[in-house]
Design a protein around this ligand. Structure first.
Ligand code: ASP
Ligand code: MG
Length: 438
């Protein structure tokens, strides 16, 4: 088999861990596989580099800067093309270091390896510094090195634009590098090694009976992004879906099977519900007595869109007396801004057509719970079952939205965890799937 293995920052976090990865690579090679490896920077390195840039900027301004991690945009260099270009030059170096070290470690253990960085593997992206998109990947160099019997160790996270400037793929982007590479060289599997066992049916901190999922489709994984967010960059899943790459996320600390992210279920029937996610970061806005005439919804949501506010669920009531109620959710952090934007809409402020005042109500104390499964496509009544489970717990449902493979409900924040546990148990997620157990 041709295997792409990706080792995350914690897996290459120390020299000892790098040596352990080298051992693992050689084991796979001795088992008869061809191997292409993608690495992240050593744990903490990308943050350290971003921090250097932040502190340099602060020095220039005479500010104090607290040691930060997180996105590049922690500095006001965001949006400044010169600064962002140099930031990518800077942060891409972390991966160069771990790639070279891993190749050396493989040599030390008696294997043959070569490390390659973005321009050597022909990873071409657009020019969106710090969050570039892959446009093209030429796999020839990699293929010829593999054919020569070498383990090819590629620096993840980086690419280059059409003019040869170094770009990076956004935080956690090495996962996307690995999946893209697997697609380009037509690998049989892309193994993502991390410090957790896989993807779980729900957040184990809320429900200790959460189980590791054996197999999940890309489509489901995209809907359950929050459950996978700590495991892999979700953009890599969209890539895997587009190119049909089988992804296996697993721990680099043991040899257990992890979670397979696949295009279609292979070994078992699609489960009705594969996971339950809780999102606490939503807030609800209700516009009461909005004039029920064409163009009002467009005006409201255009205003929010122009302000860069991402609206999630939307419901509109049946109209009575020529007015209607419109309720929607926005990220909790954007609630105050959303209300301010709506207040500044003259149309709403003046009571629209003049038939009484439009009232703007907001409620941050809500959360959204979603159950997801492609099995819903072929089974009716899943939403009804979910509603009954919540009713049995005395939980009131404030909003509902459904898609072919998802049911989401909004409930009061204080019932979020209870609702999650009730749904998790009632849909049997704390038990091994029957076909897998036999
Ligand atoms: N080193 C980069 C980061 O920390 C990319 C990665 O680890 O995937 O975001
Ligand atoms: Mg990662």
């Amino acid at each position: 088999m041709l295997i792409v293995q990706k080792y995350g920052g914690s897996s290459v976090g120390t020299l000892e861990r790098i040596r352990a990865c080298a051992q693992r690579c050689l084991e796979s090679q001795r088992a008869g596989h061809d191997l292409v490896v993608v690495v992240s920077a050593m744990a903490g390195e990308t943050n350290r580099l971003i921090d250097l840039a932040n502190r340099l900027r602060a020095l220039g301004r005479g500010d104090e800067v607290t040691r930060g991690k997180g996105p590049y945009v922690a500095v006001d260099g965001a949006g400044d093309p010169v600064h962002e270009r140099e930031l990518d030059q800077l942060v891409s170096t972390g991966e160069n270091v771990s790639a070279a070290l891993l190749a050396m470690a493989i040599h030390d253990l008696g294997g043959a390896a070569i490390s390659l960085v973005g321009h050597q593997i022909g990873m071409i992206t657009d020019r969106t510094y710090t969050n570039a998109r892959i446009k093209e990947l030429r796999g020839d160099r990699i293929r010829s090195e593999v054919a020569a019997g070498k383990i090819v160790v590629c620096a993840g996270f980086q690419g280059l634009d059409a003019e040869g400037n170094i770009t990076t793929l956004g935080r956690g982007g090495s996962d996307t590098s690995a999946v893209a590479l697997a697609a380009a060289i037509d690998a049989d599997v892309c193994e993502i090694y991390t410090d957790v066992d896989g993807v779980y049916t729900t957040d184990p901190r809320i429900e200790p009976r959460a189980r590791k999922i054996r197999e999940i489709t890309c489509e489901e994984m995209l809907e359950l992004a929050s459950l996978g967010a700590k495991v892999l960059q979700i953009r890599s899943v969209a890539f895997a879906m587009k190119y049909g790459v089988a992804v296996h996320v697993r721990s680099s600390l043991n040899h257990n099977e992890g979670t397979w992210i696949v295009s279609e279920y292979r070994s078992m029937e699609a489960p009705l519900v594969v996971g339950v996610a809780l999102d606490r970061n939503e807030a609800k806005v209700t516009l009461a007595r909005v004039p029920d005439v064409p163009g009002v919804a467009a005006m409201i949501f255009n205003r929010l869109a122009d302000a860069g506010i991402v609206v999630d669920m939307i419901i509109q009531n049946a109209s009575r007396d020529g007015t209607t109620d419109l309720t929607f959710t926005v990220p909790e952090n954007d609630l105050a801004r959303s209300v301010a934007e709506l207040r500044s809409l003259h149309y709403l402020g003046s009571g629209g057509s003049g038939s009484g005042e439009v009232e703007i109500l907001s409620d941050p104390e809500i959360c959204k719970i979603s159950i997801v499964g492609v099995g819903m496509r072929s089974h009716s009544g899943v939403a009804a079952r979910a509603f009954q489970i919540l009713a049995d717990e005395g939980i009131n449902i404030q909003m509902v939205s459904t898609s072919e493979i998802k049911v989401s409900v909004v409930v009061h924040e204080k019932y979020g965890e209870l609702a999650l546990r009730a749904l998790h148990a009632a849909f049997g997620l704390d038990q091994e799937p029957a076909s897998a157990a036999s």
